[in-house]
Design a protein around this ligand. Structure first.
Ligand code: ATP
Length: 239
């Protein structure tokens, strides 16, 4: 496409203190695109999302709409349209469901549309709608993951970074969450950058894949190519 990338990463390295985890990563996401990052445990997938959203420092360049954002605060990144659903849910555990959703929309001024979006998310996830006054920390794992996703979407992001949304959840719940992600991508045009262990589901949503191995991009390309590659199927899909 001729569009400028929404997100363009070149020569990125990042890590913790002196320990570099990511080396020379190049990765881009076009507006509205759904991209998945696959890789074994410890490959650096979580670290990559943390660097993008400004939770840890990086070297190299991260461009949003062709502008280098440097080291950016997570709240500024959110205002630029990039929301992060961190691993292990991203809810404010001592607040109610309703307040979590309101906090997700703090940067918005359109109070009426915010209220409509909250109702909309309650209809997407009826389990949340039934418990609006319940404290988030007392929800089940699946409900917390639904809330984390809805909360991030309340900012109406242009790009959603999702870290292992399927982790530790029952298959039926995971399938529901992936259906919502597919819907969000198709109907609201929100771009997705998913980090996933569940390659099967992720490949069904995403049109492009990056394969991370010990902190470097080992391969990238269209999802269909990855599904038809025997070595990758065996390593990541298990058949
Ligand atoms: P997983 O799916 O298991 O979360 P991952 O691909 O997301 O794996 P990361 O969590 O990014 O991998 O971890 C990459 C490397 O960075 C690992 O070797 C890990 O031990 C190290 N690491 C992660 N978090 C920290 C931290 N806070 N301090 C130091 N090292 C860390």
């Amino acid at each position: 496409t001729g569009l400028a990338p929404l997100l363009e990463i070149t020569g990125l390295s990042a890590g913790y203190g002196a320990a570099n985890v990511l080396h020379d990563i190049d990765l881009s996401v076009q507006p509205g695109e759904a991209v998945v990052v696959l890789g074994a445990n410890g490959a650096g997938k979580t670290t990559l999302l943390r660097a993008i959203s400004g939770l840890i420092p990086h070297n190299g360049s991260i461009r949003v709409d062709a502008t280098d954002v440097g080291r950016i605060r997570p709240d500024v990144m959110l205002r630029m349209g990039i929301a992060h659903v961190p691993q292990g849910r991203g809810t404010l555990t001592d607040m109610t469901i309703q307040d979590n959703l309101k906090v997700g929309a703090v940067s918005r001024k359109d109070a009426r549309a915010v209220a409509q979006d909250i109702d909309q998310w309650y209809s997407v996830f009826p389990a949340l709608g039934k418990r609006r006054r319940q404290i988030a920390g007392t929800l089940s794992g699946g409900e917390q993951q639904m809330l984390a996703l809805a909360r991030a979407m309340m900012a109406r992001p242009r790009l959603l970074l999702c870290d292992e949304v399927s982790l530790g959840l029952a298959p039926l719940i995971v399938q529901g969450i992936f259906e919502v992600l597919t819907e969000v991508n198709a109907t609201s045009g929100t771009a997705l950058l998913l980090v996933e262990q569940n390659a099967e589901l992720a490949l069904a949503v995403a049109s492009r894949v990056y394969l991370l191995e010990v902190g470097s991009v080992a391969a990238h390309g269209p999802s269909a190519e990855f599904r038809n590659n025997d070595a990758i199927r065996r390593a990541y899909l298990g058949y």
